[in-house]
Design a protein around this ligand. Structure first.
Ligand code: GRF
Length: 197
């Protein structure tokens, strides 16, 4: 059984976090949630994690790698899943967890990613570009925003009367399906073949 940490953002609703926690509680799951890490005390996602009985920690992203590495070691974490975490992770964390830090992004990367591309900004950009298809991507996390290799994607149509809110809701629904399934596949592949180079 592999152990994951979920890193949320200060304002994340925590819906992807919750989908991962729910998936980890299925009988056939190959991962469990060792902790949720929030950047500020009392965030909505952290409150939700606590209510679900998951160990919750607060680490300020400005504190550097040390507090993350200590907490991740204490909780015996194998994989890190970002879910609404809006900052770059310290390089030492990425190096320690090489190819074991993943994120979900609400668009079809490599389009519509990068600094400032989060939340409704992403869906507004998709609509302004006149795209007919959108979706979500699970990708490895690197030292640059949304630039790590894409691992898996799911697609949905962009409808003529979509607003950024309606599109966001359609994509979020896909995110909840894609994240846990991709993590599970990665863990299986990793166990069979070792880390992807
Ligand atoms: C999601 O749209 C995800 O793609 C992005 O941040 C958002 C988090 O939403 N990385 P939620 O808190 O999981 O609902």
């Amino acid at each position: 059984m592999q152990r994951i940490a979920i890193l949320v953002g200060p304002k994340s609703s925590g819906s992807n976090m919750r989908a991962l926690i729910d998936a980890s509680r299925h009988a056939e799951a190959n991962f469990e949630v060792g902790c949720v890490i929030a950047p500020v005390p009392d965030s909505p996602a952290a409150r939700c994690a606590e209510a679900l009985g998951v160990r919750t920690r607060v680490i300020a992203p400005t504190a550097g790698a040390g507090p993350y590495l200590d907490a991740l070691a204490q909780d015996r974490i194998d994989w890190i899943c970002l879910a609404g975490y809006l900052r770059l992770l310290p390089l030492a964390v990425l190096e320690h967890y090489h190819r074991r830090v993943i994120n979900i992004h609400p668009a079809l990367l490599p389009k519509f990613g990068g600094k400032g591309m989060y939340g409704l900004h992403v869906h507004k950009a998709v609509l302004s570009a006149g795209e007919q298809v959108s979706g979500c991507s699970v990708h490895y996390v690197s030292e640059r925003y949304d630039e790590g290799d894409v691992i898996a994607q799911l697609r949905c149509p962009v409808l003529p009367d979509d607003t950024s809110e309606t599109l966001a809701a359609r994509v979020l629904n896909l995110e909840h399906k894609l994240y846990a399934a991709t993590l599970s596949d990665l863990i299986r592949t990793h166990a069979a073949n070792g880390p992807n180079p």
